[in-house]
Design a protein around this ligand. Structure first.
Ligand code: SF4
Length: 376
Protein backbone atom coordinates (compact mmCIF):
# COMPACT_ATOMS: atom_id res chain seq x y z
CA UNK A 1 0.00 0.00 0.00
CA UNK A 2 1.32 3.44 -0.85
CA UNK A 3 2.46 6.20 1.48
CA UNK A 4 1.95 9.93 1.26
CA UNK A 5 4.86 12.31 1.83
CA UNK A 6 4.35 16.07 2.14
CA UNK A 7 7.40 18.32 2.02
CA UNK A 8 7.24 21.53 4.06
CA UNK A 9 10.14 23.69 2.86
CA UNK A 10 10.43 26.21 5.70
CA UNK A 11 13.01 26.42 8.46
CA UNK A 12 13.57 28.92 11.21
CA UNK A 13 17.29 29.10 10.46
CA UNK A 14 19.80 27.23 8.33
CA UNK A 15 21.71 24.42 10.05
CA UNK A 16 25.32 24.50 8.91
CA UNK A 17 25.42 20.94 7.55
CA UNK A 18 22.05 20.84 5.77
CA UNK A 19 21.58 20.39 2.04
CA UNK A 20 17.84 19.68 2.02
CA UNK A 21 15.44 21.95 0.17
CA UNK A 22 14.21 24.67 2.53
CA UNK A 23 13.84 28.41 2.84
CA UNK A 24 14.18 30.61 5.92
CA UNK A 25 12.04 33.31 4.31
CA UNK A 26 8.32 33.63 5.06
CA UNK A 27 7.74 35.37 1.76
CA UNK A 28 5.15 33.50 -0.35
CA UNK A 29 4.38 31.21 2.56
CA UNK A 30 0.55 31.40 2.31
CA UNK A 31 0.83 30.85 -1.45
CA UNK A 32 3.05 27.85 -0.93
CA UNK A 33 0.68 26.26 1.56
CA UNK A 34 -2.19 26.77 -0.91
CA UNK A 35 -0.06 25.32 -3.71
CA UNK A 36 0.60 22.19 -1.64
CA UNK A 37 -3.15 21.83 -1.05
CA UNK A 38 -3.70 22.29 -4.78
CA UNK A 39 -1.16 19.62 -5.68
CA UNK A 40 -2.89 17.24 -3.26
CA UNK A 41 -6.16 17.90 -5.11
CA UNK A 42 -4.62 17.59 -8.53
CA UNK A 43 -2.74 14.35 -8.06
CA UNK A 44 -5.36 12.32 -6.21
CA UNK A 45 -6.55 10.78 -9.47
CA UNK A 46 -3.10 9.25 -10.11
CA UNK A 47 -3.68 6.93 -7.16
CA UNK A 48 -7.14 5.70 -8.12
CA UNK A 49 -8.54 5.76 -4.63
CA UNK A 50 -5.82 3.43 -3.27
CA UNK A 51 -5.78 3.89 0.51
CA UNK A 52 -2.65 5.44 1.95
CA UNK A 53 -0.95 3.38 4.61
CA UNK A 54 1.15 6.24 5.96
CA UNK A 55 1.20 10.02 5.96
CA UNK A 56 4.53 11.71 6.55
CA UNK A 57 5.11 15.46 6.95
CA UNK A 58 8.83 16.06 6.36
CA UNK A 59 11.02 18.93 5.43
CA UNK A 60 12.37 21.44 6.05
CA UNK A 61 10.51 21.85 9.30
CA UNK A 62 6.82 20.93 9.28
CA UNK A 63 6.45 22.27 12.83
CA UNK A 64 6.97 25.73 11.36
CA UNK A 65 3.41 25.47 10.06
CA UNK A 66 0.76 27.26 12.06
CA UNK A 67 -2.35 25.30 13.07
CA UNK A 68 -4.32 27.10 10.34
CA UNK A 69 -1.75 26.26 7.66
CA UNK A 70 -1.68 22.68 8.79
CA UNK A 71 -5.46 22.54 8.68
CA UNK A 72 -5.51 23.82 5.09
CA UNK A 73 -3.16 21.03 4.00
CA UNK A 74 -4.92 18.36 6.03
CA UNK A 75 -8.31 19.32 4.61
CA UNK A 76 -6.88 18.65 1.16
CA UNK A 77 -5.55 15.28 2.34
CA UNK A 78 -8.87 14.26 3.87
CA UNK A 79 -10.89 15.47 0.91
CA UNK A 80 -8.84 13.54 -1.64
CA UNK A 81 -7.29 10.48 -0.02
CA UNK A 82 -8.47 7.50 1.94
CA UNK A 83 -6.24 6.34 4.78
CA UNK A 84 -6.03 2.77 6.01
CA UNK A 85 -7.32 2.03 9.48
CA UNK A 86 -4.61 2.93 11.99
CA UNK A 87 -2.46 4.58 9.31
CA UNK A 88 0.88 5.82 10.64
CA UNK A 89 0.85 9.63 10.68
CA UNK A 90 4.36 10.98 11.26
CA UNK A 91 5.18 14.61 11.76
CA UNK A 92 8.76 15.92 11.78
CA UNK A 93 9.27 18.66 14.33
CA UNK A 94 12.00 20.67 15.96
CA UNK A 95 12.13 21.06 19.75
CA UNK A 96 11.77 24.86 19.77
CA UNK A 97 8.36 24.58 18.08
CA UNK A 98 6.91 21.89 20.32
CA UNK A 99 5.08 23.95 22.89
CA UNK A 100 2.40 22.19 24.87
CA UNK A 101 -0.26 23.92 22.80
CA UNK A 102 1.34 22.86 19.52
CA UNK A 103 1.70 19.27 20.72
CA UNK A 104 -1.98 19.23 21.68
CA UNK A 105 -2.96 20.48 18.24
CA UNK A 106 -0.85 17.77 16.58
CA UNK A 107 -2.50 15.13 18.70
CA UNK A 108 -5.97 16.49 17.94
CA UNK A 109 -5.42 16.24 14.17
CA UNK A 110 -4.36 12.60 14.45
CA UNK A 111 -0.56 12.71 14.47
CA UNK A 112 0.41 9.40 16.07
CA UNK A 113 4.17 9.51 15.54
CA UNK A 114 6.61 12.36 16.10
CA UNK A 115 10.07 12.53 14.61
CA UNK A 116 12.01 15.15 16.53
CA UNK A 117 15.20 16.72 15.17
CA UNK A 118 17.24 16.82 18.35
CA UNK A 119 20.65 16.06 16.79
CA UNK A 120 22.52 16.58 20.08
CA UNK A 121 21.90 16.95 23.80
CA UNK A 122 24.99 19.19 24.10
CA UNK A 123 24.51 22.93 23.79
CA UNK A 124 27.97 23.46 22.27
CA UNK A 125 27.22 21.06 19.41
CA UNK A 126 23.84 22.70 18.84
CA UNK A 127 25.40 26.17 18.63
CA UNK A 128 28.10 24.92 16.24
CA UNK A 129 25.43 23.37 14.02
CA UNK A 130 23.31 26.55 14.21
CA UNK A 131 20.33 24.66 15.57
CA UNK A 132 17.54 26.81 17.01
CA UNK A 133 17.02 24.84 20.24
CA UNK A 134 19.01 23.96 23.32
CA UNK A 135 19.50 20.69 25.16
CA UNK A 136 16.92 21.45 27.81
CA UNK A 137 14.22 22.13 25.19
CA UNK A 138 15.14 18.86 23.49
CA UNK A 139 14.51 16.81 26.62
CA UNK A 140 11.44 18.77 27.69
CA UNK A 141 9.59 18.40 24.40
CA UNK A 142 9.99 14.61 24.37
CA UNK A 143 8.66 14.36 27.92
CA UNK A 144 5.76 16.69 27.12
CA UNK A 145 4.82 14.77 23.97
CA UNK A 146 4.73 11.50 25.87
CA UNK A 147 2.72 13.05 28.72
CA UNK A 148 0.19 14.29 26.18
CA UNK A 149 -0.25 10.79 24.84
CA UNK A 150 1.97 10.63 21.75
CA UNK A 151 3.62 7.29 22.32
CA UNK A 152 5.55 6.73 19.11
CA UNK A 153 8.45 9.16 19.33
CA UNK A 154 11.59 9.06 17.26
CA UNK A 155 14.56 11.34 17.77
CA UNK A 156 17.45 12.14 15.42
CA UNK A 157 21.02 12.28 16.69
CA UNK A 158 24.22 13.10 14.83
CA UNK A 159 27.54 11.37 15.51
CA UNK A 160 31.00 11.94 14.11
CA UNK A 161 30.96 15.60 15.18
CA UNK A 162 34.68 16.48 15.54
CA UNK A 163 34.26 17.76 19.12
CA UNK A 164 32.24 14.73 20.20
CA UNK A 165 34.51 12.31 22.07
CA UNK A 166 33.62 8.63 22.28
CA UNK A 167 32.63 9.11 25.92
CA UNK A 168 30.43 12.08 25.02
CA UNK A 169 28.72 10.02 22.30
CA UNK A 170 27.96 7.28 24.82
CA UNK A 171 26.49 9.97 27.09
CA UNK A 172 24.23 11.12 24.24
CA UNK A 173 22.90 7.60 23.82
CA UNK A 174 22.45 7.19 27.56
CA UNK A 175 20.43 10.42 27.66
CA UNK A 176 18.26 9.11 24.82
CA UNK A 177 17.74 5.89 26.77
CA UNK A 178 16.20 7.78 29.67
CA UNK A 179 13.55 9.31 27.41
CA UNK A 180 10.18 7.81 26.45
CA UNK A 181 11.14 7.14 22.81
CA UNK A 182 10.61 4.02 20.75
CA UNK A 183 12.79 4.92 17.76
CA UNK A 184 16.16 6.48 17.16
CA UNK A 185 17.71 7.70 13.91
CA UNK A 186 21.46 8.30 14.01
CA UNK A 187 23.40 9.88 11.15
CA UNK A 188 27.09 10.51 10.67
CA UNK A 189 27.86 14.17 10.17
CA UNK A 190 28.66 14.57 6.49
CA UNK A 191 30.06 17.60 4.77
CA UNK A 192 27.93 18.28 1.71
CA UNK A 193 29.25 20.60 -0.96
CA UNK A 194 27.78 24.10 -0.94
CA UNK A 195 26.72 23.99 2.72
CA UNK A 196 27.85 26.60 5.27
CA UNK A 197 29.77 23.80 7.01
CA UNK A 198 31.80 23.05 3.88
CA UNK A 199 32.66 26.76 3.64
CA UNK A 200 33.63 27.01 7.32
CA UNK A 201 35.93 24.00 6.96
CA UNK A 202 37.51 25.50 3.85
CA UNK A 203 38.13 28.74 5.74
CA UNK A 204 39.78 26.79 8.54
CA UNK A 205 37.07 27.83 11.01
CA UNK A 206 35.85 24.29 11.66
CA UNK A 207 37.56 20.91 11.79
CA UNK A 208 36.78 18.44 9.08
CA UNK A 209 35.05 15.19 9.91
CA UNK A 210 37.11 12.09 10.49
CA UNK A 211 36.01 8.72 9.09
CA UNK A 212 37.78 6.76 11.80
CA UNK A 213 35.99 8.69 14.54
CA UNK A 214 32.63 8.23 12.77
CA UNK A 215 33.27 4.50 12.45
CA UNK A 216 34.14 4.25 16.16
CA UNK A 217 30.89 6.06 17.01
CA UNK A 218 28.96 3.72 14.73
CA UNK A 219 30.42 0.68 16.50
CA UNK A 220 29.56 2.20 19.88
CA UNK A 221 26.01 2.65 18.60
CA UNK A 222 25.80 -0.99 17.48
CA UNK A 223 27.05 -2.21 20.83
CA UNK A 224 24.75 0.12 22.75
CA UNK A 225 21.71 -0.97 20.69
CA UNK A 226 22.37 -4.63 21.39
CA UNK A 227 22.54 -3.93 25.13
CA UNK A 228 19.44 -1.72 25.27
CA UNK A 229 16.67 -3.55 23.49
CA UNK A 230 16.90 -1.48 20.31
CA UNK A 231 16.81 -3.39 17.05
CA UNK A 232 19.29 -1.82 14.64
CA UNK A 233 17.12 -2.57 11.61
CA UNK A 234 18.67 -0.19 9.10
CA UNK A 235 22.11 1.42 9.05
CA UNK A 236 20.75 4.72 10.42
CA UNK A 237 17.65 3.49 12.25
CA UNK A 238 16.98 1.68 15.51
CA UNK A 239 13.67 0.73 17.08
CA UNK A 240 12.31 -0.76 20.25
CA UNK A 241 9.95 -3.70 19.69
CA UNK A 242 6.98 -2.50 17.64
CA UNK A 243 8.62 0.86 16.93
CA UNK A 244 9.90 0.47 13.37
CA UNK A 245 9.02 3.33 11.03
CA UNK A 246 6.35 2.01 8.67
CA UNK A 247 6.72 4.88 6.18
CA UNK A 248 10.50 4.65 5.81
CA UNK A 249 10.48 0.86 5.81
CA UNK A 250 8.14 1.02 2.81
CA UNK A 251 10.70 3.15 0.92
CA UNK A 252 13.40 0.59 1.59
CA UNK A 253 11.25 -2.28 0.39
CA UNK A 254 10.37 -0.50 -2.86
CA UNK A 255 6.70 0.34 -2.18
CA UNK A 256 5.00 3.15 -4.09
CA UNK A 257 4.67 6.59 -2.59
CA UNK A 258 3.27 9.95 -3.52
CA UNK A 259 5.46 12.97 -2.77
CA UNK A 260 3.82 16.39 -2.58
CA UNK A 261 5.54 19.77 -2.30
CA UNK A 262 8.64 21.38 -3.78
CA UNK A 263 11.54 18.93 -4.17
CA UNK A 264 9.36 15.94 -3.19
CA UNK A 265 9.88 12.66 -5.07
CA UNK A 266 7.22 10.11 -5.98
CA UNK A 267 7.54 6.50 -7.06
CA UNK A 268 4.91 4.46 -8.84
CA UNK A 269 5.01 1.76 -11.53
CA UNK A 270 8.78 1.97 -12.00
CA UNK A 271 8.52 5.68 -12.54
CA UNK A 272 10.11 8.37 -10.41
CA UNK A 273 8.82 11.88 -10.38
CA UNK A 274 10.90 14.79 -9.03
CA UNK A 275 9.07 17.98 -8.15
CA UNK A 276 10.99 21.18 -8.79
CA UNK A 277 13.13 22.23 -5.76
CA UNK A 278 12.21 25.91 -6.03
CA UNK A 279 9.36 27.42 -4.00
CA UNK A 280 8.39 30.23 -6.38
CA UNK A 281 8.50 28.09 -9.49
CA UNK A 282 6.52 25.44 -7.65
CA UNK A 283 3.81 27.98 -6.74
CA UNK A 284 3.66 29.39 -10.27
CA UNK A 285 3.42 25.95 -11.85
CA UNK A 286 0.48 25.02 -9.62
CA UNK A 287 -1.35 28.09 -10.89
CA UNK A 288 -1.21 26.37 -14.27
CA UNK A 289 -2.48 23.05 -12.88
CA UNK A 290 0.39 20.76 -11.81
CA UNK A 291 3.71 21.11 -10.01
CA UNK A 292 6.67 21.50 -12.35
CA UNK A 293 8.46 18.16 -12.33
CA UNK A 294 10.66 15.73 -14.15
CA UNK A 295 9.88 12.11 -14.79
CA UNK A 296 12.38 9.30 -14.93
CA UNK A 297 11.38 5.86 -16.14
CA UNK A 298 13.58 3.45 -14.30
CA UNK A 299 15.34 0.90 -16.43
CA UNK A 300 15.74 -2.64 -15.15
CA UNK A 301 19.34 -2.20 -14.08
CA UNK A 302 18.43 0.95 -12.14
CA UNK A 303 15.73 -0.93 -10.22
CA UNK A 304 18.26 -3.68 -9.50
CA UNK A 305 20.82 -1.12 -8.25
CA UNK A 306 18.24 0.45 -5.93
CA UNK A 307 17.27 -2.90 -4.46
CA UNK A 308 20.94 -3.66 -3.81
CA UNK A 309 21.59 -0.26 -2.23
CA UNK A 310 18.58 -0.18 0.10
CA UNK A 311 18.67 -3.90 0.91
CA UNK A 312 22.35 -3.91 1.82
CA UNK A 313 21.56 -1.33 4.50
CA UNK A 314 18.81 -3.31 6.23
CA UNK A 315 18.60 -6.18 8.66
CA UNK A 316 16.07 -7.90 6.38
CA UNK A 317 18.56 -7.72 3.54
CA UNK A 318 17.92 -7.96 -0.18
CA UNK A 319 14.99 -10.15 -1.16
CA UNK A 320 16.29 -12.53 -3.84
CA UNK A 321 12.88 -12.78 -5.43
CA UNK A 322 12.78 -9.06 -6.10
CA UNK A 323 15.99 -9.25 -8.12
CA UNK A 324 14.81 -12.31 -10.01
CA UNK A 325 11.50 -10.64 -10.81
CA UNK A 326 13.36 -7.85 -12.62
CA UNK A 327 15.45 -10.34 -14.55
CA UNK A 328 17.21 -13.52 -13.33
CA UNK A 329 20.37 -12.36 -15.11
CA UNK A 330 20.93 -9.77 -12.33
CA UNK A 331 20.94 -12.49 -9.70
CA UNK A 332 23.61 -14.37 -11.66
CA UNK A 333 25.52 -11.12 -12.11
CA UNK A 334 25.47 -10.53 -8.33
CA UNK A 335 26.78 -14.04 -7.67
CA UNK A 336 29.56 -13.70 -10.19
CA UNK A 337 30.81 -10.50 -8.53
CA UNK A 338 30.45 -11.99 -5.08
CA UNK A 339 32.94 -14.79 -5.86
CA UNK A 340 35.88 -12.39 -5.94
CA UNK A 341 34.63 -9.62 -3.70
CA UNK A 342 36.96 -8.71 -0.79
CA UNK A 343 33.95 -8.59 1.58
CA UNK A 344 32.43 -11.87 0.41
CA UNK A 345 32.76 -13.33 3.93
CA UNK A 346 30.55 -10.52 5.26
CA UNK A 347 27.76 -11.29 2.81
CA UNK A 348 25.62 -14.30 3.47
CA UNK A 349 22.85 -15.84 1.50
CA UNK A 350 19.77 -17.37 3.08
CA UNK A 351 16.97 -19.19 1.34
CA UNK A 352 15.16 -15.96 0.53
CA UNK A 353 17.62 -13.12 1.01
CA UNK A 354 21.13 -11.73 0.72
CA UNK A 355 22.40 -9.99 3.85
CA UNK A 356 25.35 -7.89 4.79
CA UNK A 357 26.79 -8.76 8.19
CA UNK A 358 26.17 -5.77 10.51
CA UNK A 359 29.92 -5.74 11.29
CA UNK A 360 30.38 -4.30 7.76
CA UNK A 361 27.41 -1.92 7.86
CA UNK A 362 29.50 1.19 8.26
CA UNK A 363 30.67 0.57 4.68
CA UNK A 364 27.29 -0.65 3.38
CA UNK A 365 26.90 2.01 0.66
CA UNK A 366 30.37 1.41 -0.74
CA UNK A 367 29.97 -2.36 -0.71
CA UNK A 368 26.55 -2.08 -2.38
CA UNK A 369 27.97 0.10 -5.15
CA UNK A 370 30.49 -2.62 -6.01
CA UNK A 371 27.52 -4.75 -7.09
CA UNK A 372 25.82 -2.14 -9.23
CA UNK A 373 25.06 -3.01 -12.82
CA UNK A 374 26.33 -0.23 -15.03
CA UNK A 375 24.55 0.08 -18.34
CA UNK A 376 26.82 0.30 -21.34
S1 SF4 B 1 15.93 22.27 10.48
FE1 SF4 B 1 16.31 20.40 9.26
S2 SF4 B 1 15.79 20.93 7.15
FE2 SF4 B 1 15.95 22.86 8.31
S3 SF4 B 1 18.03 23.56 7.95
FE3 SF4 B 1 18.06 22.38 9.86
S4 SF4 B 1 18.55 20.25 9.22
FE4 SF4 B 1 17.94 21.40 7.40
Amino acid sequence: MPGLYIHIPFCRQACTYCDFHFSTSSLYRPQLVSAIAKELDHRASEWQDEPMNTVYFGGGTPSQLSSQELEEILNAVNKNYRLTNGAEFTFEANPEDLTEEYLKSLKSIGVNRLSIGIQSFRDDDLIQMNRAHNAQQAIRCVLNAAELGIHAISIDLIYGIPALSDAAWIEQLETAKQLPINHLSCYALTVEQGTPLAKLIKQGKRSNTDDEQAERHFRILQQWASENNFSHYEVSNLAKPGGKAVHNSAYWSGESYLGIGPSAHSFQNNQRRFNIPNNQKYIRSLEDGDAAHEIENLQDHERYNEIILTGMRTLNGIQKQKIKEINPKYYLYFHKLLENHPDKDSIYITETSIKLNPSAWFRADGIASDFFYLSK
